[in-house]
Structures are given as structure tokens and as C-alpha cells.
Design a protein around this ligand. Structure first.
Ligand code: NAD
Length: 353
């Protein structure tokens, strides 16, 4: 399995280094035959090549079997004509990575204040309010007068149906429960179409229980009783916001693993950003990136029918859970180790399996 590895900005180089060391450890243990190929995107690429992401990098990624993308300082990249392209958007759009899968669970030993949870947010990733990816060319945010902005939100039936199917497929491997999160009381047409599409797809999954919750109420429900939820499917922006909340409920945003997948390609990228406030301090939690890399192995194993990749993905999750229970983690998860030391302990644990 050839994987392109792009460390990203801010804390990215620190957390991605732990993810690649962990992959090397499971590679040996499960005989995966991984070929990890480093490259650059984001600020490093802007400095070296005058653009945050080179077109030939997309070709390299397309020729590989997977991509690991570190967090990107996307807010810094404002002017595409100066090479400041948002790499996360660039890959999501050009590889049609429509399903952003963001699991969140609590861990023994980390002492979550809000009770146990084990759920997955399935977020539509290619349209919605995201002006950077919901239109072919031009912008969908317009400055009408110096004081008036109009932002367009795109919702299409095919995109609703394919994300719904991804959610129901996932639910069949879990507790067989899908919660559709929406704002159809206000966004009657767009979110109405989203709900209709989910209900249509649900007919193919008679064993899956389905309920619907309005997004603002969902913020309260998921804090009050997170154990009620299994798979949550929602549109792009709601999923982006809700999944940061569920990650924090699981203990820390530093646990926010995520994979962006389509029919042909997949990209492992933690859900959080580049965390400039803690970059370079050896305190960032690397587990989000490690578990994202594990999800990439699982995705590949399922697609290729390779059981050892699925086992390796599972081993990474298990090792992270055991590390947290043993307090071999960064401070946000109750440990006292630095990023590097957390990685060293995790690799030792993986090697000892
Ligand atoms: P952020 O997610 O980077 O950070 C939010 C808070 O969570 C900060 O206090 C940070 O220290 C903490 N945090 C994040 N990851 C952590 C980790 N692994 N361990 C411990 N603590 C962690 O959000 P932000 O500060 O608003 O954004 C910073 C930059 O990241 C911006 O340029 C933003 O546009 C970008 N961003 C990128 C992505 C992405 O690449 N997918 C996602 C979100 C934000």
C-alpha cells in the first residue's frame, strides 16, 4: 500500500511523525508492505514552490493507495492567485472525497465529564455552505455591496443519497441506528431534500432504526445523553461543527480522528486544525492522527479484502485505548507525556503485541 504523507502546518509535523512511526510498527507486525512517501503541502510548499499544493502532487496521490494529510493552517490561505490554495479542500474536491467519517468515543482512564459515548458523525464533504468546494468555478460567496455578502449553499439529491448510503452502510456494522441531523424547520428545501434522501435510502436498510433531530437541539441532546447516538448523518457545516463537539466530549479535540473517503480514494486527516497556539511545544495530542491513519488502513483493507489491514487498523485503536488507560498520553487525556514521548510509548506498545 503506497501512502503519500504530507505533514501539514502547525502541530502537523509533530503529530504526523507519531502517526508514521505507528504505521511502521504495525507494518512490521501485520506484514502490510507499506510504502510511505513523504511530500509537502501548506506553508512548507508555499515557501518551496510558491503554492500550497502542486498539481503534480495530485497526480502522485492519485497513483497511490492513500493519503495522510496533516492539519492545515487554512485560515492563512486567502488568495488562490498567489498560490494560497486550501489543501484540504483541494484534495476533497479533486478526489471526490464525499464522506467525512468522524468517530468519537470515551476511553477508560480519561475521565470524561459527560458520560460514555461511542458514535460516528458522517458528514457530507463536498457541498453545503462551503464556498470553496460547492461550485465549479467562481465563488459562491459574493460581496454585493461593501456591506452586503451573500453566501450560497448547494444541496443536491445525488450527494445527499450517497452520504446517506455511507451512513447506513456504517450503521449496519455498528448498532444499526442512524440519526439524521438537519435544520429543515428553516432550510425547508435544502434540508428537506436531505431528509427525503435519507428516508429513501433507509428503505434499503429495514434493520436500521432511524430518527431525526434538529441541529440546534442536537447540540443539547449529545451533551446531555451522548450514549443515545450511534451513527449521525448530516450536511457539511453542521457535521463540521457537531464533530468538534463530539470529539471534545470524548475527552479532547486531540482525539478527533477522521477519514475523508470516496469511491476510489481516501485521505486520513485529523478533524482539528493546525493548533498554532501549541505548535512546536511538544504537547499536541498525536492520537487523532494515529487513529486517522488506522482508519485509512481499515478503509484499504475493506476495499481490497485484506484482513491484515483491518486488523492493523484495529490494533492502532486498541493500542491508543490501552495507552490512555495507562496514562501514556499527553496532558489533555490525563497523561503527562510530551507528543514525542507519547509516540515512543505507543510504538513500544505496538511492537510488544
Ligand atoms: P484548531 O482545531 O487548530 O484548535 C482548536 C483548539 O484545540 C486549540 O486550543 C488547540 O490547541 C486545540 N487542539 C487542536 N488539536 C489538538 C491536539 N492534537 N492536541 C491538543 N490540543 C489540540 O482550531 P483553530 O485554532 O481555530 O484553527 C487553527 C488553524 O487550523 C486555522 O488556520 C484553521 O483554518 C485551520 N483548520 C484546519 C482544519 C483542517 O486542516 N482540517 C480544520 C480546522 C481548522
Amino acid at each position: 500500500m503506497k501512502i503519500i504523507v504530507l505533514p501539514g502546518d502547525g502541530i502537523g509535523p509533530e503529530t504526523v511523525a507519531v502517526a508514521t512511526a505507528s504505521l511502521e510498527a504495525v507494518d512490521a507486525r501485520f506484514r502490510l508492505g507499506l510504502d510511505l512517501q513523504p511530500d509537502v503541502a501548506g506553508h512548507d510548499s508555499l515557501r518551496q514552490y510558491g503554492t500550497t499544493v502542486r498539481p503534480e502532487l495530485l497526480d502522485r496521490v492519485k497513483a497511490a493507495d492513500g493519503l495522510i494529510l496533516g492539519p492545515m493552517s487554512t485560515y492563512d490561505f486567502k488568495d488562490e492567485s498567489r498560490g494560497e490554495i486550501n489543501p484540504s479542500k483541494y484534495f476533497r474536491k479533486n478526489l471526490d472525497l464525499f464522506a467525512n467519517i468522524r468517530p468519537a468515543r470515551t476511553y477508560e482512564g480519561s475521565g470524561s465529564r459527560y458520560g460514555k459515548l461511542d458514535l460516528v458523525v458522517v458528514r457530507e464533504n463536498t457541498e453545503g455552505f462551503y464556498a470553496d468546494r460547492n461550485i465549479e468555478s467562481g465563488g459562491s460567496e459574493m460581496l454585493i455591496t461593501p456591506d452586503v455578502v451573500v453566501s450560497l449553499r448547494r444541496i443536491t439529491r445525488p450527494c445527499c443519497e450517497r452520504i446517506a448510503r455511507a451512513a447506513f452502510d456504517l450503521a449496519m456494522t455498528r448498532q444499526r441506528h442512524v440519526t439524521v441531523v438537519h435544520k429543515a424547520n428553516v432550510l425547508r428545501l435544502g434540508d428537506g431534500m436531505f431528509i427525503d434522501s435519507c428516508q429513501l435510502v433507509a428503505r434499503d436498510y429495514p434493520d436500521v432504526r432511524v430518527d431525526e433531530v434538529i441541529v440546534d437541539a442536537m447540540m443539547a441532546h449529545v451533551v446531555r445523553a451522548p450514549e443515545r447516538y450511534d451513527v449521525i448523518v448530516t450536511t457539511n457545516m453542521f457535521g463540521d461543527i457537531l464533530s468538534d463537539l463530539t470529539a471534545e466530549l470524548s475527552g479532547s479535540l486531540g482525539m478527533a480522528a477522521s477519514i475523508n473517503s470516496g469511491t476510489k480514494y481516501a485521505m486520513a486527516q485529523a478533524a482539528h486544525g493546525s493548533a498554532p497556539d501549541i505548535a512546536g511545544q511538544n504537547i499536541a495530542n498525536p492520537f487523532s492522527q494515529v487513529c486517522s491513519a488506522g482508519m485509512l488502513l481499515t478503509w484499504y483493507g475493506q476495499r481490497e479484502g485484506r484482513e491484515n489491514f483491518i486488523q492493523a487498523g484495529h490494533a492502532l485503536d486498541e493500542a491508543v485505548a490501552q495507552a490512555i488507560a495507562a496514562r501514556e498520553s499527553t496532558r489533555d487525556m490525563g497523561g503527562s507525556l510530551g507528543t514525542r514521548q507519547t509516540g515512543e510509548a505507543l510504538v513500544a506498545r505496538l511492537r510488544a503485541y
